[in-house]
Design a protein around this ligand. Sequence first.
Ligand SMILES: [Zn+2]
Length: 205
Amino acid sequence: MEFSSKLLENAVNEMSQLPGIGKRTALRLVLHMLRQPENQTFQLANALTKVRAEINFCKSCHNISDNVLCEICSNPKRNSELICVVEDIRDVMAVENTSSFKGLYHVLGGKISPMDGIGPQDLNITTLVEKVKTGEVKELIFAMSPTMEGDTTNFYIFRQIQDYSVATSTIARGVAAGNELEYTDEITLGRSIIDRVPFEASLKS
Ligand SMILES: [Zn+2]
């Protein structure tokens, strides 16, 4: 792609680093920004800079938060004995949208995937095990996407906590194998949490 301006080329190159954005789309977006009122582009740039520089993660569940504890963890109406273990922040949003879950979350920040060089030490697993050790957690619900990596991650965590008095369950597999949680419709996802099954039973199936 030939550019008449280094500034334009630079902006297109940066934009095309984003997932799913090729050079052509990047060019279209940059040209769009040049056409729209100047302050609109500055607001976008400012919001991105701010979210990147000032982002915080909840000390307890690792969800994105503007405070030390996120709104879910600091809500006294939530049931702190029940923890839904999810891969990332989008899953928290998906489960919250179902309005079927009143416990807390624990965001692992990914899943164990040796192929991608991601091991247990790269995920927020230690803090989860620590929570279980306090004895204040009565049940962990594994709500990872039903992929091989999700299953591996669930099993790894299960092995870490199986000697403590905590129940473990996994969301019912209305979520079709290979589907990502965030794409599951709210009713199906909500039901799959209500209809969750004991984790050990899921191992035998
Ligand atoms: Zn939190």
